[in-house]
Design a protein around this ligand. Structure first.
Ligand code: 5GP
Length: 213
């Protein structure tokens, strides 16, 4: 039986190149109930990225305006660029039972813990090795080598925060990692506090027993 329930805020974090984007893509492809929280960023758009799909690309003045007017649920500076999660729609989608995937860093995760811990389940993805992490960043080759070095150094900072996450997995095999994240999400969906219509169902079961006399 499938009861109406509140959505899950699923946070997936990792150093760049650990496979987070591939895992997220596979999750969306396999589960239509998951929606992506599209962040705003001041970073330059990469050639394969679409405005409004991967990010909302905005300038620093617009970012500052959004942050100051409380339009961002969390925000952080990563690799010298600003990123933030728009507040609009999050509550509405959760109430409608949609799960929302957040691809944000540890600074953003800590800010969300302060505001919405009960709605959140967080997963940290580790690369199997640094050699593999570098190879993935180089294969992606969307960044100059200077940026790759910067991302590797940033990986160190990001990895120091693995212990702030509910679940940690080493991404050796994409398909297996996707299955693991799907299992985490499946159990989060069953958490009692999210099953908002359960009370009525249990009352009905009890009434049926009472009616037996
Ligand atoms: P990229 O530039 O490679 O798309 O993302 C760089 C880093 O910024 C990633 O670790 C990503 O998780 C993080 N990031 C993306 N959007 C947000 C956001 O809205 N808030 C925070 N705190 N981090 C974000």
């Amino acid at each position: 039986m499938d009861f109406a329930r509140r959505g899950v805020m699923l946070v997936i974090a990792s150093p760049s190149g650990a496979g987070k984007s591939s895992i997220s893509r596979a999750l969306f492809a396999q589960d239509p109930n998951i929606e992506l929280s599209v962040s705003v960023t001041t970073r330059q758009r990469r050639t394969d990225e679409l405005h409004g799909t991967h990010y909302w690309f905005i300038d620093e003045a617009e970012f500052a305006r959004m942050r100051e007017s409380g339009d961002l649920l969390e925000s952080a500076e990563v690799h010298g660029n600003f990123y933030g999660t728009p507040r609009s729609k999050v509550e509405e989608r959760l109430s409608a039972g949609k799960d929302i995937l957040f691809d944000i860093d540890y600074q953003g995760t800590l800010q969300l813990y302060e505001k919405c811990r009960d709605d959140m389940v967080t997963v940290f993805i580790l690369p199997p090795s640094i050699a593999e992490l570098r190879a993935r960043l180089e294969r992606r080759a969307q960044d100059s080598s200077g940026t790759i070095e910067k991302r590797l150094r940033n990986a160190l900072i990001e990895m120091e925060h693995y212990d702030e996450y509910d679940f940690v997995l080493v991404n050796e095999d994409l398909e297996q990692s996707v299955q693991m994240v799907r299992s985490i999400l499946a159990s989060a969906r069953l958490a009692r506090q999210r099953q908002t219509k359960l009370g009525g169902f249990v009352e009905d079961l009890k009434a049926q027993i009472a009616a037996l006399g």
